[in-house]
Each structure stands twice: as structure tokens, then as C-alpha cells.
Design a protein around this ligand. Sequence first.
Ligand SMILES: [Zn+2]
Length: 358
Amino acid sequence: MKVDPIKDTTQSTTNDYSVGVDLGGTQIKAGLVLDNGDIIADLTIPSQANDGAEVVARNIAEAIHSLLDEIQATDRNLNSRSNESSNLIGRQEHVLGHLVGIGIGTPGLIIPSQGVVHFSPNFQGWRDIPLVNLVQQQLKPGIANLPIHIENDGNAMAYGELRQGAGIGMNDVVCLTLGTGVGGGIIIDGQIFHGNRYVGAELGHTIIFGDGRQCGCGNYGCLEAYVGGGQIVERTRAKIIKEVRRSPGLENQLRALTPQTIAEAAVDGDPVAIEIFAETARYIGIALTSFAHILNPQMVIIGGGVAAAGEKLLFEPIRVEVQQRAMDTNAESLQIVAAKLGNRAGLVGAAMLAQRQA
Ligand SMILES: [Zn+2]
């Protein structure tokens, strides 16, 4: 398997590092992450989710072994060629400190204190899977005793953004992820908020209209039922087909619409696309107003594919909506910003959790 090249590591303070694993239904992304958040090597392999938890655990262990083999080989190489110039710019001899632990972020109802995946929608048949134990059993003797921390992927992403992304220095943060679904995580006093049965922070199911559109969860009027990727596309199609609205930028590609193509059309001045994003921002602003009143966070960090629509289409109108709706004290100090780590947030967050546990 291919390991991506080593990157600059010069700003780390101790050079201690951990392994971050982002376990999804189709892929395992794994990386070695320094205590400053730099990913010094990473790789992606299939998770083989349908072949059962033991196979997935073995794949995670293999990914970790590959990363460590690569980094050790590079270290040996650097030591033996220390006077030669190297394409591994910025890496020095003995650059790595201690490997302090492993963190795994994955979708579903995760019980971190037990190392258990109680239930995961992305892994068919997974019920009360002791994933931490299964991975430990597959690790080589030298690293089998490392602490492994497991966390819900939305929570891991929020923690990644808090520690190494847009939320550095913050304590109370809500992280909202706008993708196919709408998820997120809540950080209170620098700690992940789990809720009593580990199912808190279901931010996509914040109700914004009591009698609104039906959501995939069965309820009505959830945020996700309006601003999930598929729902943005569906709302756009409805305007063009049912309301017979003219949309020069989109009406010829109705079957190929994505939030990205709609955003591009909005930038080009398409009236339907502009309206769709104005509505999308308004819906998100309504939800954020509730977050501001309930949690009074310092910052809301918004990431995911839909957030790529950017400042003008999304963030500025969201801020206006919150300012108009929220009580002054709740609104005035609230920062609403874009996520910084992109699709690395889960991996980095999982790795940071492992370093916190160490
Ligand atoms: Zn819902």
C-alpha cells in the first residue's frame, strides 16, 4: 500500500505523535500526527466493512503497521544519509519522539469508555463490537499495549477543529458538518459533550419548522431535511419543475445537480440557485440561533462539502440571520467560521484524542 510522503515537521514542540484513524463504511484513512497537528504520513485503504468486524480490525492494524514501518525506514534512511540533501525537507534526524497512542473516529453510537461500537449505520450488523480489543489483538507486540481511544466521527472532527483547526484556543464550540447528512459535535469546557446515552449532538435533527418536511429520522422539520446535500438538490428541482421557475444555469442539468453545481450557478447569477442558497443560509441561521441560546458557544465552526459555497453565499447571510434572531448577548460575541481541516478533521481529531489520553 502507498504511504504519502513525509511533510515538514519543524514546528512541533516535543515531536510526540499518535496514530489517527478515520474509519468509514468504505475506507480507512490513517495517519501519523504530531502534537502540533501535522500529518507526517498517511494512507487510505478499503475498510471491507461487509466482511465483519475482525477483518476491519485487521485492516486498521495493517494500516498502522504500514505507517510505522514507513516512518522507521525513513528515520533509518535519514540517519544514514544525514549529510546528504534530502527531498524530505524539514525533517531532521531523530525527529520523532514517542508514539503515545491510537485514536479511532467512526460513525455511530460509540461508547468511548468501553472501547465499544454499540451500533453503526455504516457497518451492517455491528452491535456492541469491542473494536478497541479487536484492534489491540491484531497489533504487533511492540505496540499492542498502546492506549486506543475510540470516538464518534462527528465528535472527532469537532475535536480536531478545536485543537488544530478553526477553534484553536476556544473552549465552547459547536461544529456543524454539512454533507450528504448534517452532523456535528459539541465541545463544552474543552471536552466533547456525549449526552447521557452517547447520542447527544444530533445537530442535523434540530427542528427548525414544527410541521415541516419529513426527515430521514422520521420526524418533521429537521435541519437536515432542508440543508442535507440531497435535500438542497431536491428543493432546487422542485423550484424549477413544480414552480416552473426559469433557471438558465441549472434547468439543462437537472439530473446532474449537486450542491456544488448549484453554488457555482449562484455565483454566476442564476436566480433559482441564488434563492436556494439564501434559503439554505436562513435555515442554518435559524438552527444556529437555537445553538446560541442553548449553549452560548464562543464559536460555531461549519464544515463539509456544502460549506464550500463560502462566505458570500453561506456564511455572511447565516451571520445576518443569527444577528437578527438571537438575543443580543448571545449573538454579539458568537463567531461563525469555516472549518479549516477539511476531510482531515476526523483523522487529526482522533489522533489528538489519543494524545490527550496519553
Ligand atoms: Zn431528523
